[in-house]
Design a protein around this ligand. Structure first.
Ligand SMILES: NC(=O)c1ccc[n+]([C@@H]2O[C@H](COP(=O)([O-])OP(=O)(O)OC[C@H]3O[C@@H](n4cnc5c(N)ncnc54)[C@H](OP(=O)(O)O)[C@@H]3O)[C@@H](O)[C@H]2O)c1
Length: 295
C-alpha cells in the first residue's frame, strides 16, 4: 500500500509515518517543514493547497490528515485552515485516494462559539461530503514526544513557586499517548467503511489533578491557586511574548473550561500518562515547547 501523511516530520504525523514504515509500506509526506536529522527518510512534497497536491497524491491508497492550525495568527487562521482542508480533500478525491484517516478534536461543533471547535466540525463535514471512506479520530489532548501542553505545564511547574489554574480547575481532560493515536490511525488506514471515534487515553484528570499529578511526578509539587481566566490569559500572554510564542489563547482556556476536552466514551489508548510521565520525569518540562518556533 502507498500512504500519504500530512506533517510527517512534525508531531503526531511522524509517529504515524514510523508505524507505517514498520509495516514495510511506502510512505510519502505533505509538509512545509524540512526533514530533521532524526526524521524518517521518506519522499516529501509541499503542503500547498493547489493543483500540485493532486500530483503528489496520485497512486496513494490512504491519506492521514493531521493538518490544522492551533490558533488564529497574523500568518494563519482557522478560516484558512478550513478552506485548505477542503482543497486537500478535493485533491485526494481527484487523485483517487481510497481512504482518509483524519485527526480532529473531541466535541467539534459547527455552532460552537470557539472557532477551533467550529472549524474542526466544518472540516469533518467537508471530509464526509467527499464520499471517500473515512475514519475520523477525535483526540482531546496528546502527550509524549514533542507535545506542547503537558510539557509546558511541567515546564511552568519547574519555573514557578505556585501554579495558577483557570477558575476552579475542575474541568476535565483525557490525554492520549501520541503513539497510541498513531497506532489507531494506522489500524484504521486498513479498515473499511466509515467511522467516527473519540481517541482518548485511559486516565481522566481534572485540570487541577493533572497539574498536581505532574508536579508530584517531576519533583516540583506546587501550591495550586485559582486565577480568573482573564488573569490566567494575561500571565500566559506575557510568558508567550517573552518567549516569542503564543503560550495559550482565550479560546483554548474557554474550550478547556467548557469541558470540551472530555467525552463520555470508552478509552481507545493504552498508555497511562502517569506511567509515561514517571518514566520521563527527568526530561519532562525541562525545555519550553514553542508552537511558533515550529512554524
Ligand atoms: N497536539 C495535541 O495535543 C492535539 C490535541 C487534540 C487534537 N489535535 C489534532 O491533532 C492533529 C495533529 O496535531 P499535531 O499537534 O500533531 O500537529 P503538528 O504536527 O504540529 O501539525 C500537523 C500538520 O499541520 C500543519 N500545521 C500546523 N500548524 C500550522 C500552521 N500554523 N500553518 C501551517 N501549517 C500548520 C503542519 O505543517 P508542517 O508539516 O509544515 O509542520 C502539519 O502538516 C491536528 O489536527 C490537531 O488539531 C492535537
Amino acid at each position: 500500500m502507498k500512504h500519504a501523511v500530512t506533517g510527517g516530520f512534525g508531531y503526531s504525523g511522524s509517529y504515524i509515518v514510523r508505524r507505517l514504515l514498520e509495516k514495510g509500506d511506502e510512505v510519502i509526506t505533505l509538509t512545509n517543514t524540512s526533514p530533521k536529522p532524526d526524521s524518517p527518510a521518506i519522499a516529501h512534497y509541499p503542503l500547498k493547497f493547489d493543483g500540485d497536491l493532486v500530483n503528489a497524491l496520485k497512486g496513494v491508497d490512504v491519506l492521514y490528515n493531521t493538518y490544522w492550525v492551533r490558533f488564529n495568527h497574523k500568518r494563519f487562521t482557522h478560516q484558512q485552515a478550513v478552506a485548505n482542508s477542503r482543497s486537500l480533500f478535493a485533491a485526494a478525491k481527484q487523485a483517487g485516494v481510497k481512504r482518509i484517516v483524519h485527526v480532529s478534536i473531541t466535541n467539534p461543533d459547527e455552532r460552537s462559539k470557539f472557532e477551533y471547535f467550529q472549524g474542526k466540525a466544518l472540516v469533518e463535514r467537508a471530509l464526509i461530503e467527499t464520499q471517500i471512506p473515512y475514519t475520523i479520530l477525535r483526540p482531546a489532548v496528546l502527550f509524549g514526544g514533542n507535545d506542547i501542553l503537558i510539557n509546558n505545564i511541567a515546564w511552568l511547574l519547574r519555573k514557578l513557586p505556585v501554579f495558577g489554574v483557570f477558575g476552579d480547575g475542575n474541568y476535565r481532560l483525557q490525554p492520549i499517548y501520541v503513539d497510541d493515536l498513531a497506532a489507531l490511525a494506522v489500524e484504521h488506514g486498513r479498515a473499511s467503511g466509515s467511522v467516527i471515534l473519540d481517541a482518548i487515553g485511559v486516565e481522566t484528570f481534572t485540570y487541577r489533578e493533572l497539574v498536581k499529578t505532574l508536579g508530584a511526578i517531576i519533583g516540583a509539587p506546587r501550591p495550586i491557586i485559582q486565577v480568573s481566566p482573564a488573569i490566567g490569559y494575561s500571565v500566559g500572554w506575557v510568558w508567550g511574548h517573552l518567549l516569542g510564542d503564543v503560550a495559550i489563547t482565550r479560546e483554548e482556556i474557554g474550550g478547556l473550561m467548557s469541558d470540551l476536552l472530555f467525552v463520555n466514551s470508552p478509552s481507545t489508548g493504552e498508555t497511562r500518562l502517569t506511567t509515561w510521565a514517571k518514566e520521563n520525569a527527568s526530561e519532562l518540562g525541562k525545555h519550553y515547547a514553542s508552537e511558533l518556533a515550529r512554524r
